[in-house]
Design a protein around this ligand. Structure first.
Ligand code: SAH
Length: 220
């Protein structure tokens, strides 16, 4: 296992985290590996100090740059979908707070992630280093192409929503690999979908309705 054992760090009791796990179980998250990874990662360190007391509630919280850290259920669900296949190397588009990357990094050998907001990239890269996540590689760039040289990935997770599925992502995942992402207009109906690359094309499945910030072009 990678990442850190943070028992004893910070303000949250084991009970608070256990309550988050119980809730995730009630919401249908069954993969014990995912639940244990989420127990390990100190979510309260990925949000502003003033919000740390709400870190283990099932809510999305604001982070720098007008962005949000997804609610624990969504992180768990996306991670569970990724883990349905053998995966070693994962690409994440939309580093944000770094929380999703940290959860993945507990479970897979390597996580590559990109963020288009420079201040957020710097802040999160520093946090992930401090926490000892040596297997997370951060880049400042928009989209997935910054990591093209590392392709093919076993799975890709996009944590901001394009309006429609960007087919360019397919080039970066191996045949049989999965792309988990939300699609749809901001503040309108969005769907979490799973796209599996096949020998001849791809297969798309709807998972469930979600709410994500938009995937935007250009690094700022
Ligand atoms: N995975 C993050 C979710 C953050 S919200 C977490 O666990 O906290 C989504 C993030 O995607 C935002 O930080 C936003 O700036 C970033 N983003 C949006 N469009 C992007 C793009 N084209 N390339 C990279 N990052 C992008």
């Amino acid at each position: 296992m990678n990442g850190v054992d943070i028992n004893g760090i910070g303000m949250t009791s084991e009970r608070t985290r256990d309550r988050m796990l119980e809730r995730l179980g009630e919401q249908g998250i069954r993969d014990m590996r995912v639940l244990m990874a989420m127990r390990q990662v100190p979510r309260h360190l990925f949000v502003a100090e003033a919000l740390a007391h709400r870190a283990y509630e099932d809510v999305a919280l604001p982070i720098a740059g007008g962005q949000t850290i997804s609610r624990p259920y969504i992180v768990a669900r996306m991670t569970e979908l990724v883990m349905q296949q053998p995966v070693e190397k994962v690409l994440e588009v939309g580093t944000g707070s770094g929380y999703q990357a940290a959860v993945l990094a507990q479970l897979v050998a390597r996580v590559h992630t990109s963020e288009r907001i420079h201040a957020l990239y710097l802040q999160t890269r520093r946090l992930l280093r401090t926490l000892g996540y040596d297997n997370i590689h951060c880049r400042y760039s928009d989209g997935e192409l910054a990591w093209k040289r590392e392709a093919p990935f076993d799975a890709i997770v996009v944590t901001a929503a394009p309006e429609t599925f960007p087919e360019t992502l397919l080039q970066l995942v191996r045949v049989g690999g999965q792309i988990i992402l939300p699609v749809g207009e901001y503040r309108r109906t969005q769907q979490l979908i799973r796209v599996t690359r096949t020998e001849t094309g791809h297969l798309r499945e709807d998972i469930e309705p979600v709410e994500f910030v938009p995937l935007l072009k250009g690094a700022i």
